[in-house]
Design a protein. Sequence first.
Length: 236
Amino acid sequence: EKNSRIWQKIFKCLIFLNKKSVIVCNSTEEKKKFSFHNKIEVIPNSIKRTLYNQLYIEKEKLDLIYIGRIVKDKGVERLIDAIISFPGDKKHTLHIVGGGDELEYLKKKYAQIKEIIFYGPIINIEKFLEKNDVFVSGSYFECFPVTILEAMSHGLPIISMDTSGGTRSVISDSGGGYVCENKIEFHEKLSIFENSTVRAEHGKAGRSYVNKNYSDSIIGSKWIRLIENELTMKSE
């Protein structure tokens, strides 16, 4: 972490010395880091388009999926606590995919709770996205929420706990789910998603948003336009 901060400072110094360079960020949140520079473009990563059609089945208990690093800033523990404290007898299952510093600690802490299932790092996440009903996130901050957008591309509705950064704007702009300010609101939104029609409505909205804004062709055209503009300016 210390070395990372050092390299960030070196990078900023190099950029400052070369004012003619163009900085390309993948989100408006990341753009804020380079406010000292006058040539900044925002071009996000493209999100792979999937042909899979999500099945919005009426179910008594939902299968929830989290995919990401199991570290403190991803808020996995608060996510688990919110899910296991869901009121009533109905207990939804949380599938946790990923590795990290807190994986073994959390596995031991929740070993006796059968509704919390850890899989460790998985390369092929598409099958997990296809088999589950709702993507959930406890992350405190995301510049560019790639995994959430990937979940949206599979038609999964999203529930995120209170967060800052790109997650909030993506969910708000897409209509693909909810950002919850506290555990009570999280429970309320989870209850809403027990209705398959509501899940379908938000899931399809999120998928449409990703296809319209993050396809390879759309992101590729932004890069081509940027390069052509730079070449034109340099030739003048």
